[in-house]
Design a protein around this ligand. Structure first.
Ligand code: CO8
Length: 261
């Protein structure tokens, strides 16, 4: 077991989760994955926290994937299924969270590391970042949501090439194919991620929650139903104190102060 394998802190309205196993490039073993899940749930349940940032400890890796030493010790299909269940549940929880999430990718994001960032909302990459779905080379496939999220987030031919070859790609390429938002110097990455998180945290948490639900639910609906869903939410949004505050602040030429009500 790893002591402090997940570091969790709250800075203002921003929660910061750090995978802290630098000796193994922050690989996710089952206990570490479960610790990450619990730390995330705590931040989700903390009303002070409005945005959650993920990063890796050290300057080499975000997350170098599932823990291969643990995988080799697994015995029988039931164990793999158990791990698959855990990692799917945890990454899905991140994906459907009402709170916006940001990946600050500070190095290797391989296998489960790339799959982790695929389940987060915004991805900022250090210029040192190196991504891949290398599972094909290990005789397995990206089974932590990778096949399904990748194909939905980048053009299908690109997703297929990256999964079939397992090749690494750098931060510039990740941005070019639409998998990440921007590339930053490694030294600035965390500060920039926290600054972006703080800017988002200044907005109405209630509207962010409704917006995330509209995006999430609408993605699985036909366009007409998705638009109807959005339209139904408009009434909810305008009938909030935050909407009154935001519009009043604009008219009074001052900064709004949102409370999430
Ligand atoms: N798991 C366990 N240990 C790891 C991992 C990992 N994923 N990655 C690195 N390590 C360990 C190394 O074994 C090494 O340990 P030791 O010091 O005891 O020898 C230590 O970290 C340092 O690593 P290296 O010496 O290899 O460091 P380098 O700087 O030379 O290389 C790399 C860094 C490129 C990150 C290299 O370590 C590497 O290629 N790692 C493996 C990356 C990989 O293949 N990841 C995908 C794993 S599979 C996966 O994620 C699937 C998850 C979902 C499956 C769900 C279905 C059940």
């Amino acid at each position: 077991m790893n002591d402090n394998a997940i570091l969790s802190e709250v800075r203002g309205h921003v929660g910061l989760l750090t995978v802290n196993r630098p000796k193994v490039h922050n690989a996710l073993s089952t206990p570490v994955l479960l610790e990450l899940e619990q730390a995330f749930i705590k931040l989700e349940n903390n009303p002070e926290v409005r945005v959650i940032v993920f990063t890796g400890a050290g300057d080499k890796a975000f997350v170098a994937g599932g823990d291969l030493s643990e995988m080799v010790e697994r015995d029988g299909i039931a164990h793999y299924q158990e791990f698959a269940e855990d990692i799917h549940r945890v990454f899905r929880r991140f994906e459907v969270s009402d709170k916006p999430t940001i990946a600050a990718v500070n190095g290797y994001a391989l296998g489960g590391g790339t799959e982790l960032l695929l389940s987060l909302d915004i991805r900022l990459l250090a210029d040192s970042a190196s991504l891949a779905l290398p599972e094909i080379g290990l005789g397995v496939f990206p089974g932590a949501g990778g096949t399904q999220r990748m194909i939905r987030q980048v053009p299908a031919c690109v997703a297929r090439e990256l999964m079939f070859t397992g090749r690494r790609f750098d931060a510039e390429e990740a941005v070019r194919i639409g998998l990440a938002n921007r590339v930053l110097p490694q030294a600035d990455l965390l500060d920039e991620a926290l600054a972006m998180a703080a800017k988002i945290a200044d907005k109405s948490p209630l509207v962010l929650k409704l917006m995330k639900r509209a995006l999430r639910d609408g993605a699985d609906m036909p366009m007409a139903a998705a638009l109807a869903h959005e339209q139904a939410m408009i009434g909810l949004v305008f009938d909030t104190q935050d909407a009154h505050e935001g519009i009043a602040a604009f008219l009074e030429k001052r900064n709004p102060s949102f409370t999430g009500r």
